[in-house]
Ligand binder design. Structure first.
Ligand SMILES: [Zn+2]
Length: 89
């Protein structure tokens, strides 16, 4: 139960992070810390009290998932072609 509450709190925090903006005191640059890794993109300043939690899908590498999908489709097409070539009606 406490795990569920913690998960809900994390989700709410993440939603708040998506719209949270910070203004760097050094260069007056406004940025959203969620998309910049928690740092100012110009000088690297970190907003006070901000804990960077990357969204769950950033840990998942889209390149290799795409490669795996292409490989799976290639194998499927190979099977379809072999079956079509060997079975004649
Ligand atoms: Zn800065």
């Amino acid at each position: 139960m406490s795990r569920l509450i913690a998960m809900l709190r994390e989700m709410r925090q993440r939603r708040a992070d998506r719209v949270a903006r910070a203004i760097c005191p050094g260069d007056s640059w406004a940025f959203t810390p969620l998309y910049t890794g928690g740092h100012c993109p110009l000088c690297g300043w970190t907003p006070e009290g901000y804990v960077h939690t990357p969204p769950p899908l950033t840990r998942y590498d889209r390149y290799w998932a795409g490669m795996a999908a292409i490989a799976a489709i290639s194998v499927l097409m190979l099977i379809v072609v072999v079956v079509a070539a060997t079975t004649r009606g």
